[in-house]
Design a protein around this ligand. Structure first.
Ligand code: MN3
Length: 201
């Protein structure tokens, strides 16, 4: 059985940038439905459970249903960990190695943030925007449709991912995806990309 990871904070911890109601629905309804659907499909087909990372890297061997639900499970499990209560954290800006890599690859934090906002704006319909670490040590900002993940396409490490499905922001931001993405930068857990970058650099 694939299992939901516990949310690493309370539903209201990302207020006012991400409201408690959105978090509650996002975690309990959307996230858990992907997991239930994935488990049901595995049961139905009598598939042996493999680590979710392996499933993602070999996703082309599986059905559309498994692709969408495995992606939904994996992407959100990453996403919860990439966010954090800004008060507990005591700062909104990237620090440490991710700050150095942002300056190296994008010039400065604002240019980096604008590039992510631009990608989010361009993504037509539902999907995700990602900051990824390539195997050559460079980083790029990419987007994927639906619940796809860059690791379904090529070998890379995920540094950050932003859910730009309407269910992630509609209650608070209505159709204003740009405002949502702009505001999510108040609740990014920069320890997440720092950990990956320290491991691979
Ligand atoms: Mn979502």
């Amino acid at each position: 059985m694939y299992k939901a990871i516990p949310l690493p904070y309370d539903y209201s911890d990302l207020e006012p940038y991400i409201d408690a109601e959105t978090m509650k629905i996002h975690y309990n309804k959307h996230y858990k439905t992907y997991i239930d659907n994935l488990n049901n499909e595995f049961n139905k087909l009598n598939f042996k459970i493999v680590p979710i990372e392996n499933l993602i890297y070999n996703i082309d061997n599986y059905s559309e249903t498994i692709r969408n639900n495995a992606g939904g499970y994996y992407n959100h499990s990453l996403f919860w960990k990439m966010l954090e209560n800004p008060i507990k954290k005591g700062g909104y800006l990237p620090f440490g190695i991710c700050n150095r890599i942002i300056n190296r690859d994008y010039g400065n934090f604002n240019l980096f943030k604008n590039k992510i906002i631009e990608k989010a704006k361009q993504r037509f319909g539902s999907g995700w925007v990602w900051w990824i670490l390539n195997t050559d040590g460079s980083t790029t900002i990419v987007d994927t449709p639906y619940q796809d993940n860059p690791q379904m396409y090529y070998d890379c490490e995920i540094l950050l991912g932003i859910d730009v499905w309407e269910h992630a922001y509609y209650l608070k931001y209505q159709a204003d995806r740009v405002d949502y993405v702009d505001n999510i930068f108040n609740v990014i857990n920069w320890d997440y990309p720092n950990k990956i970058l320290n491991q691979y650099s």
